[in-house]
Design a protein around this ligand. Structure first.
Ligand code: ACO
Length: 258
């Protein structure tokens, strides 16, 4: 059975499911590679309008597979470094997706699973989910995921969660900005569908450009932000989608984006 399941709809919604339910979707290097390839492939397909990332069964993802980590302990500079590099690559692939990535957090998300949420654009969690940066409890540190954790939570919350390794409930995750909405377990799919419906009403080109702009601004010195924003809006005004959206508004119809 494959570690990663992919389902794509005619509307261009791809659902990527980590499929190791009996291990609470903890990932081995094979899982990480399969996920990275999946995102790389989906990112190259212009027909894909959004990706939903979720876990099979009760958990979202229990992070690094502790059985795999046994090998790392014997070869930290080899297997350990290589594995951490692969997790970094996966998070980069998710971050660089041109379309929105929605984490559908159906249950526990620990360690690397917490990192996957931070790399996604939008996270919706079931109220029975739990979260934790549990690395320090295992004598290790959140290495590969830290850039994304810091970006999502800011240094204060990142430190507080990382230094205790304690499990967090959905209320804490929501207040910290780790997830954007929490809903009862039975309402999870409906809440994700609401987000997808909003995405499908918008211009894919404008979404991709907005996402790239936010990424570029985050990496640039603050004095460059205004210039990057002006260049992006000037280019956006020239697109067919901008023209079509304005006409559609005036003609009281839905826009037909390219
Ligand atoms: N690696 C390998 N197997 C795991 C992992 C993991 N990270 N997490 C859970 N499992 C396995 C358990 O060993 C167990 O297997 P078994 O049925 O053969 O005994 C099975 O999944 C079910 O685990 P439970 O603990 O019984 O499931 P529960 O739903 O009660 O709890 C939870 C889920 C909260 C995720 C819990 O399993 C847990 O805390 N796991 C460890 C989380 C963690 O610290 N991850 C590592 C972070 S460090 C990093 O990512 C680099």
């Amino acid at each position: 059975m494959s570690d990663v399941l992919i389902h794509t709809t005619a509307a261009g919604i791809a659902t990527v499911t980590i499929n190791r339910a009996e291990h609470r979707n903890a990932f081995t290097m094979a899982t990480v590679e399969a996920l990275a390839e999946t995102f790389s492939d989906l990112g190259a397909r212009t027909a894909v309008r959004a990706v939903v990332l979720t876990g099979a069964g009760r958990a979202f993802s229990a992070g690094g597979d502790l059985n795999w980590m046994r090998g790392v302990l014997q070869d930290p500079d080899g297997i350990g470094r290589e594995g951490a590099g692969r997790i970094s690559r996966l998070l980069e692939e998710i971050d660089q997706m041109p379309c929105p990535v929605i984490a559908r957090v159906n249950g526990a998300a620990f360690g690397g699973g917490f990192g996957l949420i931070c790399a996604a654009d939008i996270a919706i969690a079931s109220t029975d989910a739990s979260f934790g940066l549990s690395e320090v409890r295992l004598g290790i540190v959140p290495g590969s995921i830290s850039p994304f954790v810091l970006r999502r939570l800011g240094p204060a919350a990142a430190r507080a969660f990382c230094l205790t390794g304690a499990a967090l409930d959905t209320g804490t995750a929501l207040r910290a900005g780790l997830v954007h909405r929490t809903v009862a377990p039975d309402d999870l799919d409906h809440a994700v569908d609401e987000v997808l419906a909003a995405i499908l009403q918008s211009s894919p080109v404008a979404i991709a450009t907005s996402k790239r702009l936010m990424r570029e601004m985050s990496a640039a010195p603050q004095q460059d932000w205004a210039g990057l924003g002006l260049d992006a809006i000037a280019a956006a005004w020239k697109t067919e989608d901008a023209r079509e959206a304005r006409m559609a508004f005036l003609e009281k119809r839905k826009p037909a984006f390219q």
